[in-house]
Design a protein. Structure first.
Length: 166
């Protein structure tokens, strides 16, 4: 198992992963991995690298690779702005549809928390839509303590959880 950044040499690996999202490609999580936003794989890799150096909120995108297949990914925000305090939190993660329900989301969140610890964060805000029961379970299984929810402009509810990073 690996949890790492992609390189230009990972194009075939990534394209298999992206195609596995099928009809869910437009709503792929994290959104930074939506390949349709980029002109080429090189542009995609360059964008992910740039996000770590010069971006409104510095962030790192890492991929969980098991047995030569990308299972899921995580976009880890190094700090929070007002928007992320209400909606996105420190970590946005997703698992390809054909690999869900096997514990990979918990592994991705756990590895993301380790990365945040390397940035000297003591706690992380993780959010999910109220109706996303699977994500709620993942957050709770990783030590999440629910904070006040945020009601979005569309009337939906974003649940907010804090996890103490150990």
């Amino acid at each position: 198992m690996e949890f790492r950044r992609l390189t230009i040499n990972d194009e075939k690996l990534f394209m298999e992963y992206f195609n596995a999202w099928g009809e869910e490609q437009e709503s792929i999580v994290p959104s930074a991995t939506n390949f349709k936003r980029y002109k080429s794989f090189q542009d995609f890799i360059n964008n992910l690298e740039e996000r770590e150096k010069s971006y409104e909120v510095l962030n790192t995108t890492l991929f969980l690779i098991v047995d030569g297949k990308i299972i899921g990914s995580s976009n880890i925000r190094h700090y929070l702005n007002e928007f992320l305090m209400n909606y996105g939190g420190h970590v946005g993660y997703g698992v390809r549809p054909d690999m869900r329900g096997q514990g990979y989301a918990s592994k991705i969140l756990n590895e993301s928390l380790k990365f945040l610890k390397s940035l000297n964060l003591e706690k992380a805000l993780i959010t999910c839509d109220e109706e996303n029961i699977a994500s709620r379970k993942v957050i709770l299984n990783n030590g999440g303590v629910q904070d006040q929810s945020h009601i979005r402009e569309d009337g939906g509810v974003t649940n907010r959880f804090w996890i103490v990073i150990k």
